[in-house]
Structure formats: C-alpha cells, structure tokens
Design a protein. Structure first.
Length: 605
C-alpha cells in the first residue's frame, strides 16, 4: 500500500514494525534483516532512521552481539539529535542495557539516569519505570541495597501514576498486569533492606486504590442507586443456567442497547476512584492503624518470584516482622483457581491442604492462640477462605484465632475498632423466598428489638439506609460480569455493588449468600464487592462469603451457630467459636468445606 502511494515514510515505518514483530517473537535474524532494510528505506527520515538503528541494536543485544548493539544504539543517538527526544531516550536506554549486559554497573548508571530523566520529560512513565528498574539493579549489584530500593520505589511510582491516568478500570488492570514486575521487585527489595515503610507503600499499590478513593471521596456524576445500581443485565437464571433473561430489578427496566453505556459509566466511575498511594504518607497511615490487641498481617503473592511476601505487626505497634516465603506451583495454582472460580461446592479438607503455605511458620509462631488477627490479603489472596487455612494436621486457622479480613491497610485505618464489640441491639432480618434449605432459626420467635422484614424492598432499603444496628440477609448471590455480582433479594429485587456507592449502610451486616464479598475472576485491583463497599461506606461489622455457600441444612446449622454467638460476642470471636464447635463433629470436619469455609468477617479489630 505504501509503495503504491509512494510514501517513503510509510514504507520505512512499516519495515521497522516488521522488525519489531520478529524481534519480540525471538526471530532475531529476520528482525535484523528487516531493520537493515528499514535503515536503507529511512535515509533522510531522522525519526524512522533512529527507530531502525535502535531496533537493530536491541536485536543485536538479544542475539549476544554486544559490540554491534553498542554501535547501533550510538548511531541511533546521533541520528535522533535534539529534535527527537523519544528516540534519544530509547538510544540512551539501549546503551545502558548494553553496559548492564557487560556487568559494568557503574558505566550503566549514568545512561539509565539520563534515560529516566528524558522519559519523564516526555511523560513516558512506563519507560521511565523501566529505566529506574535498571538503575535499581545496578545499585543492588554494587551492594547498595538502600539506593536500589529508592529506585525500585520510583519505578512503582511511575507505573502507579500511569495506571491512575487510565479512563477505564480494565485499562488500569492491564497496566498492572504488564508492569507488576516493578511492584514485585520493590517488595522484594523492601524485605531485603528491612524497610517496613517501603513494604507498606508498595503493598498498598498492589492491594488497589479504588476503595481508598471511595473512602476519601465519591466521584461526581456517579450513576447511583436510582440508575446503574438497580440494574443487572442479561443475567443467567439461577433456575436454568442455559436460559438468559433480561431482568427487571427494582421495577426499573433497561433495553439491551443501553447496556454498554451504563456499564461504561460504572467502569469510568470506578477508574475515577483510583488514588495512587503517596509513600510519604506511610507514617501518617500507621498513626491511624489502632487495632488494640490484634495482630495485623499483610500478605501478597509475588507471582514472578514464586514467593509470598508478608508483613506482621504485633499489637500496640510492636516490632514489625517482614519476610519472603517460597511458594510451590501447587499453591499459586490453587490460589488462582479460588480467585477465578471460588471454592468448589464438593471441596474436601485435602483439597485446601496446600493453603497452609499462606500462613508462614515464622509469622504463626509470633501470633498467640486466641488473639485476634486482621489479615489484609492483596490480589488473588482475597478469595482465600482464611478460616480454612490449615495450621497443623488437625487444626485450621479459624479454630486457632478470631479472624477478620480487610482489603487494604487504608481500609484497616478507616475501620479500626469496629469489630471489638457485638452488633447493637436492633436487628432486622430477611430470608429470600428463592432460598431452599437455609433458615434463620436463631431469630425464630424473637420480638422487641428483632424485626423480620416483610418485603425484599424493605430489606434493600434497610441495607442502603441505616435504620437498624444489624441487618441479616439470607439470599442467593451470583456473579454478574462487568457489574461484578448481586444479591437476589427476591425474583425481581437485587442489590449490586453500585448500590453501595452512595449508601448509608447499617453499622453491621450479615450477608448470608454466595459471593457476598468477592466476585470471581475480577481483574487486578482491590476487591470491589457489596461487602467491601459497605466497609468503605462506614459499615464496621460485616459477615459475608468469598465463594459459594452450600444451600443445605448442615450449612444452615453452621450459619445459625455463628449468628447466635454474634449476638453476644464480636463477629471474629463468634466465627471462631462457631468453627470450633463445628469441627468438634467429625462428620462436619471431614465434610464439604462449602458449608462453612466461605464465610469471613470483613472489617478491623
């Protein structure tokens, strides 16, 4: 086409792109051939010629010919001149990589420094992050761990700034997926340097920053409960999963042609919440994390390093412990499966045995039995049924300690103290007529401060507008694609995460339904769900599930144990007592995990 048009610039650029494609696929001889053709085609075209020489340098370095690579990058640098700063930056970065390849670390440092500065000047933040990562490696190889950490943090900062500037959450997630090596290497560097503040700064970025943004502010123009929050489109019928329905929820209908617009508005609102974490605010954040006698455990899987990074803070701001623990493929695959599909309904204890690696022995030995533990599980770890993590051949973590989970340390600071007391005296409860086996027997015959809600609309209102101390919901829950998930309060009445964006929920919620705290297969970022959004909107005691909860009489028995204990005890202790009592029955201990393990307490001691 370009030949037919007589476009020399088009021919040169297309030839460079052919070289790029071959180089990225590892076809280095073909790549070098295309780049050489591009050099010939780009005569008199400085931009295309610079790109051709720079690509040829990268191909030579990948092929082990460092001398030829240096020559090509040097030519690219001189060709770029002052009028093509991006080309200059790429060429200098290429020379830095050549020096690093030769292990001449001190020679590489000024090249990486110049490249990073040029990238910042042209606002190419991801390339600046790459140059900062190169600087970090140089200093690490020279034994300067602290200086290396400084540049690792700079790389994360550049990625986070680029990530926050994206207009859609999916794009923000894509940025993290592509550049998360910067975060993983920074966490590793923080552990190696023994720097808890750096660990927290990077961890908060991995955990996600949308809920933090919601805690601080609600975006203008968000499609609130009167719009998007009332809509779940073309959802699968829970009765017949082969039959697709366009549901009418809360008496508001929406045709197919509006689907994309409404979902786009929701996605843009979520993206607009993203607030990059400022590493300078770590100390201020810690001053707000007051968890009394509870331990705080931060955990995240470093997939590329095949390790678990963990951070444990004892009560009363004692000595912090941080570490790295190797993880097997079995563990990471199991965690990935839990995140994407949840705990299978027929899963048995042996199916989660590998999860014991998520509670490192060094950390477990520091946490006394029966002392509350607040776990902040980043990324895919949010989907782990933490009460079912084995700590020995005969005991689960949920038996050993009162547990709660929070989506980030910022959320911990936001909700401190919320779980230290039982819920207040007034309780409202609702059982969806769609539920088969589960019952709320614990409230049978109760009157006075306990109220049975008469309609699903009343239940929805009780969740969105605080009228009671505790609202208990027994319903079905299911994933709903781009809108994450919903609770089916009745056949035509649902609750979605979007409803919570501007809600004033009650101080305590018990969402006894599948998928109340997690939506399977969510992309990178914090775990937006009805439970976590309720936490951000000032609920302080939330019981919900991270997977499917079996709808049978035995599971109902466990739920009623928990709700009974929760009338007089804080939710984490109520869940521990219910778990201990449940495990005292051999048939239950060895039976289906989906009867009890998905239930978690969301909040902070």
């Amino acid at each position: 086409m370009y030949e037919a048009l007589g476009s020399r610039e088009g021919i040169a650029n297309a030839t460079v792109q052919l070289g790029e494609t071959c180089r990225r696929r590892g076809w280095l001889e073909d790549a070098k051939g295309w780049y050489r053709q591009a050099v010939d085609a780009a005569a008199g075209l400085p931009v295309a010629l610079t790109n051709a020489w720079d690509g040829l340098g990268e191909a030579h370095l990948a092929d082990g010919d460092r001398e030829a690579a240096v020559a090509a990058h040097t030519t690219a640098l001189s060709t770029a001149g002052p009028n093509y700063p991006r080309g200059r930056a790429h060429a200098i970065h290429g020379l830095a990589r050549c020096a690093a390849n030769a292990k001449t670390w001190r020679s590489a440092i000024p090249h990486y420094t110049d490249a990073a500065e040029l990238y910042r000047e042209i606002n190419d933040l991801t390339s600046a992050a790459s140059a900062e990562s190169g600087l970090a490696r140089c200093y690490e190889e020279l034994g300067d761990i602290k200086q290396g950490l400084r540049h690792r943090l700079a790389a994360v900062g550049h990625v986070e700034t680029a990530r926050a500037s994206q207009a859609a959450h999916a794009q923000q997630g894509e940025y993290f997926a592509r550049f998360s090596t910067a975060h993983e290497m920074a966490l590793r560097a923080a552990v190696m340097a023994g720097d808890p503040a750096a660990f927290v700064a990077v961890f908060e970025s991995i955990a996600g920053r949308r809920l933090a943004g919601l805690i601080a502010n609600i975006p203008e123009g968000f499609y609130g409960p009167q719009g998007l929050g009332r809509l779940v489109l073309e959802a699968e019928s829970p009765v017949n999963r082969r039959r697709l329905l366009t549901r009418t929820l809360n008496d508001v209908g929406l045709r197919r042609d509006a689907t994309g617009t409404r979902r786009d508005e929701f996605d843009e609102s979520l993206a607009g919440l993203y607030t990059p974490f400022d590493p300078n605010h770590v100390d201020e954040l810690w001053t707000r994390v007051e968890t009394g006698e509870a331990y705080v455990l931060l955990v995240v899987v470093l997939h590329k390093l095949e390790a678990l990074a963990w951070f444990l803070r004892p009560p009363q701001a004692g000595l912090v412990h941080i570490g790295l623990t190797d993880l097997s493929n079995t563990v990471t695959e199991l965690v990935g499966s839990l995140h994407s599909a949840g705990l299978p309904l027929d899963a048995l204890p042996n199916d989660v045995a590998a999860l014991s690696a998520l509670m490192p022995n060094e950390a477990l030995e520091l946490v006394e039995r029966d002392v509350p533990l607040v776990i902040v599980p980043a990324g895919q770890l949010w989907a782990v049924p933490w009460t079912a993590v084995p700590v020995s051949v005969s005991e689960y973590l949920g038996e050993r300690n009162p547990l709660s989970v929070a989506p980030s340390l910022t959320a911990v600071a936001h909700s401190c103290g919320g779980l230290r007391d039982p819920a207040g005296p007034t309780t409202a409860h609702w059982r969806s007529p769609l539920v088969s086996q589960h019952r709320l027997n614990v409230y049978a015959g109760r009157a006075g401060s306990t109220r049975a809600l008469t309609t699903a609309a009343d239940c929805r209102s009780a969740i969105l507008h605080a009228e009671h101390d505790l609202v208990v919901v027994l319903s079905h829950g299911r994933p709903v694609g781009d809108l994450m998930h919903c609770l089916e309060l009745d056949e035509h009445v649902a609750l979605t995460p979007a409803d919570l964006m501007r809600a004033e929920p009650p101080p305590a919620l018990a969402l006894i339904a599948c998928w109340g705290a997690h939506s399977p297969g969510q992309g990178w970022g914090d775990p937006l769900s009805i439970a976590t959004l309720a936490l951000a909107r000032n609920s302080r005691r939330i019981a919900a599930t991270v997977s499917e909860l079996l709808d049978d009489a035995a599971s109902s028995r466990f739920v009623n144990m928990f709700l009974d204990y929760a009338q007089a005890q804080p939710m984490p202790q109520a869940l521990q007592r219910a778990t201990q009592r449940w495990m005292s029955h051999p048939g239950y201990r060895n039976g289906y995990l989906s009867r009890w393990a998905p239930l978690v307490v969301v909040g902070t001691w």
